[in-house]
Write a protein that binds this ligand. Structure first.
Ligand SMILES: [Zn+2]
Length: 369
């Protein structure tokens, strides 16, 4: 069983404002990631590769990637990348419909900026009526994980017994360090029953603190999405560190963050590399799908459905949850408005990676992720 617990659906309809697309592609995806692995593509070709219109494209992505299941994480980061021609609820509803059309293969979390009105209510509807499996948060869009706006969502996730997956590394286009592990510390302390997945395991710079969190907080998980651009020796070195400090890989999940990296490193290649890593079959099975599978099972159990049953408990996707006008989002909270928490400044200037990874040396540039 191989589950990609971290994938996205990019569409011109709802991913970001039209004017944000090419800067994102050019500076972040192509400029940072692809060139680091020696892939030369035009920005236009990268944009085409990332944009997906058809559900069947995901089925092909699953088959080509050697995957059994794929979990989509809707991104409500419109404060960051600009407002697209689609409101947040409609964007989520389309993800739910896609998952409903491919039961047992495609699952979707619900993604919302916690500052939106009635965010927890919409999250409840998404899980109980639309069959969505958890909550995706993207703090670099302008909030901190412990902001009060998030608390109702965490309480709802606990009540529904579904996980919350948050971006968990630097965001090169942000000027703050919203996702530093220190900012999740009060969350895991206030909400010990919250199943929290810290995506990307802190990347390169915050990995050590992420491992401490893995060790100290039972319901704290990580995924290794995006790590496929690192050399194998570096990845297994980090996995060894987790085993050494935490005792096992039982809370570490496989993910790709695709389609972001797929043109540079196809999912199949990432899966095959993991299968060749020097761990037991049981450890690799747990990493590749076991942990995510238990999360998916848990989510289905929470809404009273049998796993992979016909329809997969996703009836009612068409139920109106009420439109959320994305332009109504308040200004950035956390230090930018009176009474907000001070947001930590980035601890060091962002150093864009331009010249690639020295794979032979097995060491990435320090700021690669
Ligand atoms: Zn992602």
């Amino acid at each position: 069983m191989v589950i990609d617990c971290h994938a996205h659906w990019f569409s011109r309809d709802f991913s970001m404002a039209e004017g944000s697309w090419m800067p994102f592609i050019s500076e972040q995806v192509n400029g940072q990631f692809y060139k680091s692995v020696g892939l030369e593509m035009t920005d236009e070709a990268v944009a085409d590769a990332l944009l997906v219109q058809e559900g069947s494209d995901f089925v092909r992505q699953i088959a080509d990637g050697g995957l059994d299941k794929l979990v989509l994480l809707p991104l409500d980061y419109y404060d960051f990348f600009g407002v697209p021609n689609c409101d947040t609820i409609e964007m989520n509803r389309r993800h739910a419909e896609l998952a409903k059309a491919y039961p047992g293969q495609i699952y979707s979390f619900f993604g919302i900026d916690p500052r939106r009105p009635d965010a927890a209510k919409h999250f409840y509807t998404a899980v109980t009526e639309w069959g969505m499996k958890g909550l995706k948060l993207y703090p670099p869009s302008g909030f901190l994980p412990d902001d009060a706006a998030c608390h109702d969502l965490y309480k709802m996730a606990i009540e529904l017994d579904v996980p919350v997956l948050s971006h968990g590394m630097e965001q090169m286009m942000s000027t703050k360090d919203e996702c530093h592990p220190d900012n999740f510390l009060p969350v895991v302390q206030k909400f010990p029953d919250l199943k929290l997945v810290y995506a990307h395991a802190g990347g390169v710079n915050w990995f050590d603190q992420a491992v401490d969190m893995l060790k100290n907080y039972e319901n704290f998980y990580v995924d290794l999405s995006g790590w496929q651009i690192m050399p194998d020796a570096f990845i297994t070195g980090r996995m060894d560190t987790i085993i050494e400090k935490v005792g096992s890989l039982d809370k570490v999940m496989f993910g790709s963050d695709n389609p972001v990296f797929n043109p540079a490193i196809p999912t199949k290649q990432w899966v095959d590399r993991v299968k060749a890593y020097p761990y037991s079959d049981a450890e690799k099975d747990a990493f590749l799908g076991g942990v995510a599978e238990s999360q998916v099972q848990l989510c289905l159990a929470a809404i009273g459905q049998v796993r992979d049953a016909p329809g997969d408990g996703q009836a009612g996707v068409g139920t109106a949850a009420g439109a959320v006008v994305v332009a109504a989002l308040p200004v950035r909270i956390g230090g930018d408005e009176p009474g907000g928490q001070p947001q930590p400044e980035r601890r060091r200037p962002w150093q864009p990676l331009r010249d690639g990874v020295d794979h032979a040396a097995g060491q990435p540039a320090a700021t690669l992720l």
